[in-house]
Design a protein around this ligand. Structure first.
Ligand code: ADP
Ligand code: MG
Length: 121
């Protein structure tokens, strides 16, 4: 199995460049030959919408964290994959102990980060 690298772009403060950094770093790494999965863990859904996805998709990171379905991965036309967020994610902290079936580690730092999973093509 290929090992993936995980980069977490994280800051509790808004407007400091998390979303911008995630998209541009992901795009650059993809051009260098990595496969890139962007995971939006911010309830403001800026990364989701910036990648052309609706913030009201039926399957998002929120439902996956609750174990309702596998991680929903959408394909962006430019090649990166995206796991979308939703506004409900802001309620995630209330349920963190319940999310034992989450497909990714639950990060107890408020829902304000974005993740890049990278693996070699
Ligand atoms: N490196 C940068 N230099 C200048 N402006 C930037 C930079 N990174 C982001 N910005 C701008 O800062 C604002 C907030 O960025 P954003 O990525 O939305 O922050 P966050 O995701 O942390 O809320 C946006 O208007 C964005 O265009
Ligand atoms: Mg953002």
């Amino acid at each position: 199995m290929t090992k993936a690298k995980v980069l977490c772009i994280l800051n509790h403060r808004g407007g400091v460049g998390k979303t911008t950094t995630t998209i541009n770093l992901g795009g650059t790494l993809q051009q260098k030959g990595y496969k890139v999965l962007l995971i939006d863990l911010d309830g403001q859904t800026n990364l989701t919408e910036s990648m052309g996805l609706s913030a009201e998709l039926p399957q998002t990171i929120y439902g996956a964290m609750k174990g309702e379905y596998p991680l929903p991965i959408y394909q962006h036309k430019d090649g990166m994959s995206v796991v979308p967020s939703c506004l409900d994610l802001s309620a995630v902290e209330m349920h963190i102990p319940v999310y034992t079936r989450s497909p990714i580690p639950v990060i107890p730092v408020h829902s304000v980060c974005t993740l890049l999973y990278l693996w070699q093509s």
